[in-house]
Design a protein around this ligand. Sequence first.
Ligand SMILES: Cc1cc2nc3c(=O)[nH]c(=O)nc-3n(C[C@H](O)[C@H](O)[C@H](O)COP(=O)(O)O)c2cc1C
Length: 212
Amino acid sequence: MSDSTDVFEIMHTTRAMRRLKSDPVPDALIRKILEAGICAANGGNTQRWRFLVIKDRNIKRAVQRLYKRAFDEVVGPRYAASAPPPGVTPERYKRQHAAVEYLTEHYDEAPVWIVACLEESTPPTRWSGASIYPAVQNMLLAARALGLGSTLTTRHLLYERESEAALGLPAGVHSYAILPIGYPMGRFGPVGRGTLDTFVYEDQWGKPWAGL
Ligand SMILES: Cc1cc2nc3c(=O)[nH]c(=O)nc-3n(C[C@H](O)[C@H](O)[C@H](O)COP(=O)(O)O)c2cc1C
């Protein structure tokens, strides 16, 4: 399971790939990912999205330090105290935690980051998120289709002001996700999210969907 063009196979195997090689990724592939991003819909078709491609190690390192601080202070303790979510066995959850820790230490070693941003004159809302995360998901799917690994990360937002200063974002621009991209060390595999009966209702909250 590496390169594939079947959209269902890609969706079912677009996992968080947190262990990445530091080998460079050709700009031609980054370009394909960005082009997939700007195919996404956004509210009013206003295209207020901006994508910052980062290769500069010093910038990545400055953000990695904040990302690690957020792990040490918030995310690590939360993981240690929480139970596996639906569709995830305790063993898999433990592996996920180890991978999260790995990415925390090696965040800046991913050869390329794409920082997904919006130019906006008002404070971010759910509507703003709805105009950037479809592009982010398109980029994750495109990376997967090209055999590249990535993870949707947002943890830098725990120190939003400091991270955005380190990224050099101007006033009126907010970051919504950082995608560290590189060739994966491991293999793509199926995602584990549980089954539809846990999540889908019909007509009435809690009533199982008849299509199950
Ligand atoms: C909104 C959002 C924010 C996320 N932020 C992070 C993050 O900061 N760091 C990280 O390692 N993973 C992050 N993830 C990835 C999830 O943790 C990941 O999907 C989950 O661990 C399940 O792994 P899987 O996709 O491989 O099944 C984020 C995912 C989403 C959708």
